[in-house]
Design a protein around this ligand. Structure first.
Ligand SMILES: [Zn+2]
Length: 289
């Protein structure tokens, strides 16, 4: 991290220092109908969610469906990229009243979070990098999306570095810098430009999506992935938030395999209503004992 001083720490109960062999990631669902990704940084069974756009019930169901409910049994924190309905389902408000966990977001989103039902007692607004308990260092990166932007996150734990970026109108220099040398890159590949232009959506919506403060096209996404995988560290490339109306998984797969043949084996395309396989993420040099 930058500077010589230690980043602040958000303390969590019941830390576990055991078994930090790998991180595990499962995208539980990703589309404009709802987004949530589960990440564990160790083998303790504790996990975080990046976005809570699926209901708590759907999150539990997707973890079972992925065969991952043993590895992800205790939710320790929720990170919100932003507060659009597909990233924060109000059904979490009640759940958090009963079982509070920190809800971590950039300070720019705090007011909106309260208005949309995030319990104030759970809210942890952040301004920059911090340590999540003892297990991971987190760096939030503001990215352009609508009025107040979205947030990309970089997570560095003992055995892996993971980048997660969705709902961004374009890729900024800051994001490219922050996402260097990842082991896993999750990035949105929202729309095929031709399908977007041909769609029956109102022009104002198309302009919002394609105007630099909406979403990444497949072309923008593959170009970002090309830059971010060039160093050769990335072992998992996960594509998020495909538009159901203006994109097709096969178009995305064909494009990425043609342009990034070295990543073809590592490519995972997330689905709206089904979880990805459980992905085990480790640094390349630490891969085999
Ligand atoms: Zn979204």
């Amino acid at each position: 991290m930058h500077g010589s001083h230690q980043p602040p720490t958000i303390h969590l109960s019941q830390q576990s220092r055991r078994f930090r062999m790998s991180a595990f990631v499962c995208v539980l669902g990703s589309s404009s109908r709802g987004n949530a990704t589960a990440i564990s940084f160790d083998d303790s069974g504790r996990f975080i969610l990046v976005d809570a756009g699926l209901t708590p019930k759907r999150v539990r169901g997707a973890l079972v469906e992925a065969g991952a409910s043993a590895r992800f049994h205790t939710l320790r924190a929720i990170f919100l990229t932003h507060l659009d309905r597909d990233h924060w389902s109000p059904s979490w408000a009640k759940q958090l009243q009963c079982s509070p966990v920190p809800v971590i977001l950039r300070r720019a989103h705090a007011e909106q979070a309260i208005a949309l039902g995030v319990p104030a007692a759970c809210l942890r607004p952040i301004d920059g990098a911090f340590r999540l308990g003892e297990t991971a260092e987190v760096r939030p990166i503001a990215v352009p999306h609508d009025e107040i932007g979205s947030t990309a996150f970089r997570f560095d734990c003992d055995h892996a570095s993971i980048g997660h970026a969705t709902d961004l109108g374009h890729v900024t220099a800051e994001l490219l810098e922050a996402f260097r040398d990842l082991d896993m890159l999750s990035i949105e590949s929202n729309y095929d430009e031709a399908l977007q232009r041909r769609s029956s959506r109102p022009e104002s919506i198309k302009e919002r999506i394609m105007g630099g403060r909406g979403h990444l096209s497949n072309e923008q996404s593959v170009e970002a992935a090309r830059l971010l995988t060039a160093s050769g560290t990335v072992r998992h490339l996960v594509l998020l938030h495909l538009s159901q109306e203006c994109n097709r998984p096969q178009i995305v797969r064909d494009l990425f395999c043609a342009r990034l043949p070295a990543m073809a084996e590592s490519l995972v395309i997330s689905r709206p209503n089904e979880p990805t396989p459980l992905l085990q993420v480790r640094r390349r040099e630490a891969a085999v004992a």
